[in-house]
Design a protein around this ligand. Structure first.
Ligand code: KE4
Length: 443
């Protein structure tokens, strides 16, 4: 039974969120187990979530929010889908973890191979970071090369070789974005500008034969929402083929989120026969439980232990509860019309927000694909990281908090994408747009 959206009376009692945050900060760095949750970018007190259902979650003060985070992508069905609950409840009665192979891992591999044609073999892991970190080692082991290419504004998890910012110029290699990452570790990582074809071509003409892989977020969800252009992806594919470099699509966020076949299936509509060599997956495939994967051509994947010389392992890889949760999720998203409905609902959100902003004379633009969206307090959609960072941070933060106070929970950082689930109704979208319209009118 839905609890009514009763606004807690905080005049008499202090917020439980504030109390919990104070307790948390004593024992957990920043009070959180993942930095973005701390609200540092937007300010204010993080909401400690107590429970979730459908498109909503409730914080420790009983305040309800329309949830546009969806656990940063996994909750594509909405929270607490009955088929997923049933699958997990059944699985926990059979055991939590064995450290031995199970049938559901085979079923998960069969589903992924069926849904993502570029993947002939797949290895399950427990996080997106593990997936992309393993892909880098696999690409280097399979090619015998050390250099890798990534793009400014793309985030691939927190393994050392990928925590890199652009060097001073084209040919210079990256420098660490994080303390604790030795310069030697990132000296082989080249960071280029997203959507910059000329720079890409020059990098390959200079280093192509030494580059093991090029890793890209095909729709960048870690600089809010920036599409790679078709010509750019086409050129990545051509150059990787020409120089025997492995093209890696990091679809941890976009996989099963933007389309059933991921972003690579969207690009294949414009680039006939398009396929990356390796793909990283995560988030949706676990349905909210710790599960990620990486896969690709058999020729490359057979370099992995125990077959080949590239070592990779994990105690909870393919965990029985996570595979039950993920499989139940993957079955639901394959139902006819799932992505048509999700895409239409997400587009209606972006259109509604854009119209509301423009009616108030506020620069605003947005984009979406499937159940993933982004928006910018800018006049035109950015094509790369420097353009994204032109966004007026304080203005975004005011928007974020106005929406939060209206019971709408967006990503607490302007460089994050947003997510709509199958549980979000037209009424939820209308309530969101109305809250935004009130904010824009107040400016
Ligand atoms: P995890 O290790 O967080 O499971 O996945 C890393 C990762 C890899 N690749 C892409 C494209 C990703 O978006 C991510 C993780 N995404 C962030 C959200 N921007 C997770 C949220 C967080 O860090 O708390």
């Amino acid at each position: 039974m839905e609890q009514p959206n009763i606004k807690p009376d905080l005049s008499t009692t202090t917020s439980r969120n504030a109390d919990l945050f104070e307790r948390a900060q004593k024992l957990i760095p920043g009070g959180v187990n993942s930095p973005v949750r701390a609200f540092k970018a937007v300010g204010g007190t993080p909401r400690f979530i107590q429970r979730a259902q459908g498109a909503y979650f409730w914080d420790a003060d009983g305040q309800r929010y329309i949830d546009y985070i969806g656990s940063w992508g996994p909750m594509i069905l909405g929270h607490g889908h009955p088929a997923v609950i049933e699958a997990v409840q059944k699985a926990v009665l059979e055991g939590f973890s064995y450290g031995a192979p199970t049938e559901r891992e085979v079923e998960m591999a069969e589903e992924i191979v069926k849904l993502v044609p570029s993947i002939e073999m797949v290895r399950l892991v427990s996080s997106g970071t593990e997936a992309t970190m393993s892909v880098i080692r696999l690409a280097r082991g399979a090619t015998g090369r050390n250099k890798i290419v990534k793009f400014e504004g793309c985030y691939h998890g927190h393994s050392d070789a990928l925590l890199v910012k652009a060097g001073s110029g084209l040919a210079t290699f990256g420098s660490p974005t994080s303390a604790g990452v030795p310069a030697e570790v990132v000296k082989d990582t080249l960071v280029l500008e997203y959507n910059h074809i000329a720079q890409l071509e020059e990098a390959f003409s200079l280093h192509g034969r030494e580059i093991a892989c090029l890793m890209i977020e095909p729709i960048a969800g870690n600089m809010n929402f920036v599409r790679a252009s078709v010509p750019f992806i086409k050129r990545c594919r051509e150059l990787c083929t020409e120089y025997d470099t492995l093209l890696v699509f990091d679809e941890v966020m976009t996989g099963f989120r933007v389309a059933l076949g991921g972003a690579q299936s969207v690009f294949a509509q414009s680039i006939p026969g398009f396929k990356p060599d390796l793909t990283a997956l995560g988030k949706v495939i676990g349905g909210g439980m710790p599960m990620a994967a990486f896969g690709g051509t058999r020729a490359v994947m057979e370099h992995l232990a125990p077959l080949g010389g590239v070592y990779q392992a994990g105690t909870l890889s393919g965990n029985p509860i996570a595979t039950a949760c993920g499989l139940a999720t993957l079955r639901e998203i394959q139902k006819p019309g799932f992505y048509d409905a999700l895409g239409a609902r997400t587009r209606s959100l972006v259109t509604g927000l854009t119209d509301a902003a423009h009616q108030a004379g506020v620069p605003f633009c947005g984009d979406s694909e499937g159940g993933m969206f982004g928006f910018f307090l800018l006049g035109t959609l950015p094509q790369n990281y420097p353009q994204v960072m032109k966004t007026d941070g304080p203005a975004f933060n005011r928007f974020f908090h106005a929406m939060l106070d209206s019971g709408v929970y967006y990503a607490p950082a302007l460089y994050e994408a947003g997510f709509v689930s199958a549980a979000h109704t037209a009424e939820d979208i209308d309530a969101t747009v109305d809250a935004a319209a009130r904010f824009f009118a107040s400016l």
